[in-house]
Structures are given as C-alpha cells and as structure tokens.
Design a protein around this ligand. Structure first.
Ligand SMILES: Nc1nc2c(c(=O)[nH]1)N[C@H]1C(S)=C(S)[C@@H](COP(=O)(O)OP(=O)(O)OC[C@H]3O[C@@H](n4cnc5c(=O)[nH]c(N)nc54)[C@H](O)[C@@H]3O)O[C@H]1N2
Ligand SMILES: Nc1nc2c(c(=O)[nH]1)N[C@H]1C(S)=C(S)[C@@H](COP(=O)(O)OP(=O)(O)OC[C@H]3O[C@@H](n4cnc5c(=O)[nH]c(N)nc54)[C@H](O)[C@@H]3O)O[C@H]1N2
Ligand SMILES: [Mo]
Length: 822
C-alpha cells in the first residue's frame, strides 16, 4: 500500500496492459483524516455520480457518517480506480450548507416551513392551474443526477397523471445529441459500445471529448493501454491542447463549429480509398450511396480551408481511421454543443457503419453521456421521450405504454414530442407556462444567456419549485424550495454510458427533514390523488425496489430490457449491462452484433429527422427508406456556425469543464481539495493572441459577447489561435452578496447564446463571438487555473497544482484481475 497526491496526479499510477489482456486491478481509497480502513463500521455499495462513467465504489460509514470511499475491485467499469472528484467530492454530503427544511416565499423572503405547508402550496397551485389553463400550464425540468426509480415515477406522474407534454431534463444541455444521433443511425437509443472495447481497440478516436478530465478513470484505461505492448493509436479532435491531445497520434484542432466539414473530409477519404466494408454495407445498411455522393463535395483541400487544419493532417487521420482493424470512437460536447450537433455525431456513426466496425470486440461507438444517470432520464421518459424508448409517433407503442400504466392512450400526450427546455423557456416568457418544477439542476447558472434566464425565473406569474440539496442560485429565485436527500442517503439504481446498471445503497440518514426525490414525487402523486382508468392509485409503488420492479415490466421486450435484473442480483455484482432478460441473463456486453438493429418500423424508437431542419420524418417516409430495419447512413452538408467572429467580436468563445469541478460546483466547491485546485474562473488564450493584444499570464480581462460580460484572469496556454475558453463552473453561491445586477459576472453563461441544434435541440455552448479587454495587469499573480489539465500554462513560472498532505489517496495494486469484471 502506498499513497499519492491525486490532485497533483489525477490519473494515479500506471498499470500497463496489452491488447486483449484484462485491465489490472488498482484499488483507490480515500478516508477522512485519522480514519483507518479497520475503523470503518460498514461499506455500502454504490457507484460514482460526478460524471457518466459509473465507477463502482463502496461508501465507508463510521458512527452514522460517511467517512470516505473505496473503488470496487470487482466492478467491470473501473477495476477499483476512482477519479479526483469522487475521491474528495463525498465530503459535500455533510456540508453545513445542506438544506434541512422546506422553504416558502413570504413577503419576498424565503422562510423555513414544514412539509405539509410546502407540499400544500405546490398541490394547490397545480390544481388551480389545471382547472384554469389545463395541463400545459405545468412544466417539469429534471436532471441527469437522480436515480432510475425517480425518473420513472416522475415520467408517469407528469405524462400519465397530469397529462402535460412539458417534461425535459438538463440532459437536453448535456447529451440530447447522443440520443438523437443514435436514433438517426440505428432507429433507437442505446450505446453500441462497451468500455471493454478499450482493451481491444487498435485505434481510439475522441471527438470533442476531453476524456482525460471528464471521465478520468476511463482515460486511465486508455493511458494503461498506451503504456503497454502494441498500444492503440489515438485521434483527438479538439481546438484545445487537452491532455488527450498531448497523447494523440494525430491531433486535429479545427475551428470551433466546423465538425461536419471535418467529418465529411474524413469520410471523403474513406470512400475515395475504398476503406469500405462493402459486404457489411450491402447486407445491413441503407443510405450509403447518398453519403458517397455528398462527401464528394468535401475533398481534404476544401475541408482544410473551412476547418483551418493542415490538409496532411486530415489525410493522416482518415488513413488511421480507414485502416483501423478495431476502431473505438467517443463523442462528446465539442460535437454536441454546436449548431450541427446531430449531423456531426451521425458522421462518426457513419464511419463505423461503412467500415463494418460494430458489435465486435474493440469496435464500439460511445456517444457519451455526461451525467451519472442521464441514460435513465432518457430510458424512463423524463426528458423528451416516452418510457422504455417507446416511439411517441407510433400509436401502437403509445397504446402499449397506456396498457402498462392502465390508462387510456389519449391520457398520454403524444401530439408532438415532449417539449424541450428551450421551448419551455419560451412558454414561460409568453406566460402560458406558469408552474415550473426544477429538480437537481441549477438553470440560473447552467442555461445559456443568464440575464434572460434570471428575468424569466424571477417573474411573479411563474410559480417556481426547486428541489435541491443546497440553496443554489436557482433555489434563491424559487417560490418553494424542497430539501432533497441525495446519493448515499437513499437507495436506487442507475445506468452509465455503456449500459452498465449499478445498485446504490443507503449509507446514512439524510440531514434534518430532507427527503429522497422519490418520496417527494410519491407524496405529490398521493396529494394530487392521481388515478388510473379504473380509479386505482396511478402510482402503484411506494419504495425504490417496488419502483424498480414496476420499471422492469415497463421495459419488458423493449431494447433497454431490465427484466432479468433485480436488486438482489445487482447487489454484490460488478455491474450488469442491459439488455438483461431471459435470453441474456447476465446482460449484454455489446449490441448490434451480426448486423441486427432495433430499427424495424414497428419497433424503432424514432423515425428520425431531417438533419438540417430537424423536421421529424413520418412513419410512411421511414418505412419507405428503411423497411427492413437496417442501420441508416445519413449524409449532411456543412453549415457554418450561427455567430461568427466580427470586427467587434473577433474571437470564438468556447466554454466547458476542468478536471476538478463538477458543473455549478455545489458539491465540488464544498470539497476543500477540489476547490483549492481551481478556486476561481479564468479565460484561456493562445500565446499568439495574447501577444497581439499585449496581454500576459494572470492579467485580469473583461470578456464580452453581445449578451453580457464577465471578468477573469488570463491563462496563456495551448489553445488554437482565434479562440478563447472559459470554464462554466463559477456561479455566485459562494460569493458574498451573490450576483448584483450591475456587477461584472463570472458565470460563462452570461456570454452564451439562446440557440440550439435543430435536430437534438441541444443548446450551443461552444461557439459564440467574443472580445476581450484589459482591466488590470497581473502584478505577477498567475490565473487561478490548474496546471495539470487543458489549462496547462506556457509560462514556466506558474506553480504546479498540488493537493499536498490533504489530498493523499491510498493505492493497492493487486495482481489478481477483477473478479466477474469482463
Ligand atoms: N471534471 C468534470 N468531469 C465531468 C463533468 C464536469 O463538470 N467536470 N461533467 C460531466 C458532464 S455532465 C458532461 S456532459 C461531460 C462533458 O465532457 P466533455 O465533453 O469532455 O467536456 P467539455 O469541456 O464540455 O468539452 C470537451 C471539449 O470540447 C472542445 N471543443 C469546443 N468546441 C469544439 C468544437 O467546435 N469542435 C471540437 N471537436 N471540439 C470542441 C473543448 O475544447 C473541450 O476540450 O463531462 C462529465 N464529466
Ligand atoms: N456554458 C456552458 N454551460 C453548460 C455546459 C457547458 O459546457 N458550457 N454544459 C451543460 C451540461 S453538459 C450540463 S450537464 C449542465 C449541468 O448543469 P446543472 O445541472 O445546472 O449543474 P449542477 O451543478 O450539476 O446542478 C445540479 C443541482 O442539483 C443538486 N443536487 C445534487 N444532487 C441532488 C439530488 O440527489 N437531489 C436533488 N434534488 N438535487 C441534487 C445540486 O446541488 C445542484 O444544485 O450544464 C450545462 N451548461
Ligand atoms: Mo452534461
């Protein structure tokens, strides 16, 4: 046993391995100061919640308190490893800032009250609005951070019980495009890939995905392959010099927002050089000819100009991708938070489809999720889909859902797709949506164009309910605040990117009167007296396990089939991948094996959309295009980003993440080691652009777009010329006085634009036109940005990011491979 400073070394030490070998076990443990493993009373099984990786861990409990975490050696996902956010983030659970009682607004102020009063107000307002305006006056904005059981209950209450179509999640901002791209290519959501593809791949391509910082343990798996025999080649597409870029065989740093052009250039080369698996395409694919025609318009020379990358690099990347034998691709926000998000992500699917790289070890696509439970929001129909990937335009599937819920099909709104959040905001603006129930998301920091969001959420006519564990910036605007119990304080299940389902146990009691999100939903359903068509209570479960059992029935026969799982089976397991049913009792490592898809017209989740306009295809159009349910190759033309640089706003602004923080920092900002590693906002710029403007490391700048401005210190680093980057983690909750209207902001979303991808409706956070001006010279103080990450400074004078004695993590290297881990 030894210890490492895991702030200074986020990925920990290497355990190299070769292709096809099992990934060695390395168990990371972090316990509170002075606590030794033998002092721990109980270890409670769970998995990580500060990203989508789903690393198995055990929560250490002593004297009724959480005192640490330990990676689960037997988990198929992480083989014992944990990342910095998970090693330190659990401390936030016990923060004195936790909400412990409900709050209601009285005379303009939020005051403490009891549950009866708080729920009474919510129910009274719901009933009033249902009577006056009907269900469309009520909207729900949920998250990717609750548990499966909670989403399923919410989806039933909102769609089936109240009959509103206004149900979406922050998953819209997050990975709506992952779902959309999978629906376009395969007719259905569901990741073709498995994390074990890393063990087999000879080429790994990361598109707009800074995996090293955002799925640190998954990246560790790649680092271990890179240090072992026969390492894979890595392709990185990212305008910044991220840690991924530093390990890449080919690093393409395109102009932001030009991903479709780049992908078309790569596909041009693949088709031109005939790196196409014609046998596979002939047997299992529709649409190839259209693609071949379309990409003729994108020779590498033209693409090099659009994207501003060297033409040889495009050719080289295409050759590596075109000659790969086992190709794994991952896609995330650099592709998803852009105007052509779905079109770009679909082109990555196209590379795999035309090369026949699906359903075999090493041949996976991971259209990534970001949040820990975003997959469940989608599966359960709590964010713009119907439960268990049912197709809202297919009457038979809606009727089938009505059967499961014992409702009349007309009780489930399906005249249009569930209303996406940006459209809900529009309805709030227009005044038709009067009740908005926000759970486990902080839109006053995370939605684009915050000045507008603040003004909408603080309107008198909007009744705003916020269900959170802290008094977030959004909670501060609410009419009713409900204190939630969270991870470690409640039981449930959740599913990661590669379809692995984990059980998460209750380790400790929630603080004060806080209640689990499930209990809050169940209480609401009871108080609203929601009934099925026979007059029985609509929601027929009363705890997590009975909710899970009900969900299993809803999922029966659908792609995300959970019928073969149970709490007992999940407890003690190293994670089980759906579909898990009678045919696959141990789960399914890969889907789309042997060219079989879930795309048949009567079974598929979606008939797809026009990639340019987002217009949904009809059942008839889909049947004509894909009668036999094959994989669909969809071509797209390149369209430039909507807001391009101008004389007044000459730079392209990107926003995103850093390794040490999660989103709006309500948890990581309360974990001392993480907060110290990245204490304040900064702005990244290339040396070229800094010199041009006479700016230097640490200078305080004002960054402005047509929407607003913020102040941040300058980090000069390896970002491409003409672009700047601001992390979006920094809201106001930890600032005395909060956000004053005339104060220069610090949240990245003061700057971003109200605009979205036509197909997935995912907002654009990665391209805006911006300008910078000097406020104050640095005086020798560097920007408060980490040195271990994408913000690594060019200046040698910046002290390295370390965590010191407070950030030591125990490491146990075991020679045995993970038991049960595949
Ligand atoms: N540390 C940490 N990890 C997290 C999270 C967190 O907050 N912090 N959040 C989780 C969640 S919810 C999510 S969604 C994921 C997100 O994970 P990522 O998508 O990996 O994170 P981002 O920083 O948003 O964006 C990734 C990269 O996109 C690049 N990029 C910007 N514009 C473009 C472009 O036009 N083209 C291309 N090719 N690249 C571009 C940026 O330079 C950035 O490095 O992370 C998850 N993991
Ligand atoms: N500019 C810019 N904006 C972005 C992005 C970007 O890259 N750039 N990324 C977008 C993406 S991908 C995402 S996912 C969003 C994230 O944005 P948000 O979802 O707004 O961010 P979080 O800080 O995760 O907010 C979660 C809230 O839930 C609370 N919470 C935590 N656990 C629980 C629980 O168990 N129950 C309840 N009821 N509450 C809980 C937390 O205290 C917190 O207030 O931001 C989006 N916004
Ligand atoms: Mo996300």
């Amino acid at each position: 046993m030894r210890t490492t400073d895991r702030i200074a070394e986020p990925w920990g030490e290497r355990t190299p391995y070769g292709p096809g070998d099992p990934w060695p076990v390395r168990v990371d443990t972090r316990l509170a100061d002075g606590v030794e493993p033998e002092d721990v009373d109980r270890w409670v099984q769970s998995a990580t919640i500060l990203h989508s990786n789903g690393d198995g861990l055990d929560i250490a409990v002593k004297d009724g308190e959480i005192v640490g975490v330990r990676g689960r050696a037997e988990d198929r996902v992480n083989h014992g490893r944990l990342g910095p956010k998970d090693l330190f983030g659990w401390q936030a659970n016990a923060s004195p800032d936790r909400l412990t009682r409900p709050l209601v607004r009285e005379g303009g102020e939020l005051v403490e009250t009891d549950w009866d009063t708080a729920m009474g107000r919510i129910v009274a307002r719901s009933k009033e609005l249902l009577a006056e305006q009907g269900p469309s006056a009520l909207g729900f904005y949920t998250t990717g951070q609750l548990f499966l059981e909670e989403y399923y209950t919410l989806g039933l209450i909102a769609h089936g019980g109240l009959g509103t179509d206004h149900v979406d999640g922050n998953t819209r901002l997050c990975t709506a495009t992952a779902a959309a791209a999978l629906k376009e290519s395969f007719g259905c959501d569901g990741q073709p890939g498995s994390y074990t593809d890393i063990d087999h791949a000879d080429v790994i391509a990361l598109y707009g995905h800074n995996m090293a910082e955002t799925q640190t343990v998954l990246w560790t798996r790649i680092l271990d392959r890179l240090e072992g025999p026969n390492p894979p080649k890595v392709i990185c597409v990212d305008p910044r010099e991220t840690p991924v870029a530093r390990h890449a065989t080919v690093h393409l740093a395109p102009r932001p927002g030009t991903n479709v052009a780049l992908m078309n250039g790569i596909l041009h080369e693949i088709v031109q050089n005939d790196w196409v698996d014609h046998e596979y395409v002939d047997a299992h694919v529709v649409g190839f000819q259209e693609l071949a025609e379309r990409v003729k318009e994108y020779p590498p020379e033209k693409v090099a100009t659009i994207c501003d990358v060297p033409v040889e690099q495009i050719r080289e990347a295409a050759r590596v991708l075109g000659t790969a034998e086992r190709l794994l691709s991952t896609v995330l926000q650099g592709f998803y938070q852009a105007n052509q998000a779905t079109a770009a992500a679909v082109q990555v699917n196209n590379v795999h489809i035309v090369r026949g790289m699906l359903g075999k070890p090493g041949c996976g696509i991971l259209q990534m999720n970001g949040q820990p439970t975003a997959q469940n929001t989608r599966e359960c129909g709590a964010d713009g889909d119907l439960a268990a990937f049912r197709n809202w335009t297919n009457d038979a599937q809606v009727a089938d859902l009505a059967r499961v819920w014992n409702l009349d099909p007309m009780d489930i709104p399906h005249y249009s797709p569930p209303t996406h959040v940006m459209q809900q905001l529009r309805y709030i603006e227009e005044g038709s949506l009067r009740f908005w129930w926000v759970q486990a998301t902080n839109p006053a920091v995370s939605l684009p164009e915050l000045a507008r969001v603040r003004s909408l959420l603080s309107q008198d006519r909007l009744f705003l309910v916020v269900q959170d564990i802290f008094l977030s910036e959004t909670a501060q605007l609410a009419d009713v605040v409900l204190p939630a119990a969270t991870w470690g304080e409640k039981e449930g299940t959740f599913t990661n990117v590669d379809r692995t389902v984990h059980y998460s146990g209750k380790a400790v009691e929630p603080p004060g009167e806080a209640r689990s999100d499930l209990d809050i939903f169940l209480d609401y359903a009871r108080r609203m007296d929601l009934r099925d068509k026979d007059g029985a209570p609509l929601v027929k479960w009363n705890d997590p396990e009975s909710a899970f059992e009900a969900w299993k029935e809803c999922s029966r026969g659908r792609p995300c089939d959970y019928t073969g799982m149970s709490y007992d089976k999940l407890k003690g397991s190293g994670g089980i991948q759906w579909p898990c049913n009678d045919e696959n009792p141990d789960g399914s490592e890969r889907i789309y094996v042997d060219g079989k898809f879930w795309a048949a017209p009567d079974y598929c989740e979606s008939y797809g959309r026009d990639l340019l306009t987002g217009a949904p295809l009809s059942q008839t159009e889909y049947k004509a295009m894909n009668p036999d349910g094959k994989a669909i190759v969809k071509a797209a033309e390149y369209v430039p980003p909507h807001e391009i640089p101008s004389e007044d706003f000459p730079l392209q602004l990107m926003t995103g993440r850093t390794l040490y923080h999660f989103h709006t920092r309500t948890k990581t900002g309360r974990a001392p080691q993480l907060q110290a590693a990245a204490p304040e906002v900064w702005v990244e710029m290339s040396a070229h652009d800094a010199e041009l403007r006479g700016l230097a490391e640490g200078d305080l700048l004002e960054v402005a777009t047509p929407r607003g401005s913020l102040r941040a210190r300058l980090r000069v680093c390896g970002i491409r010329r003409g672009t700047i980057f601001v992390p979006f983690h920094y809201g106001y909750w930890d600032r005395p006085g909060g956000h004053e209207p005339d104060e220069a902001g610090r949240a990245a979303n003061e700057l971003t634009i109200t605009d979205w991808d036509a197909c997935s409706k995912q907002p654009i956070f990665k391209t805006a036109a911006a300008t910078v001006s000097l406020v104050e010279r640095s005086g020798g103080t560097p920007a408060p940005a980490p040195t271990t990450t994408g913000s690594r400074p060019l200046s040698p004078d910046v002290p390295p990011t370390t965590g010191g004695p407070d950030a030591q993590v125990r490491v146990d290297l075991q020679t045995a491979t993970a038991g049960g881990a595949r």
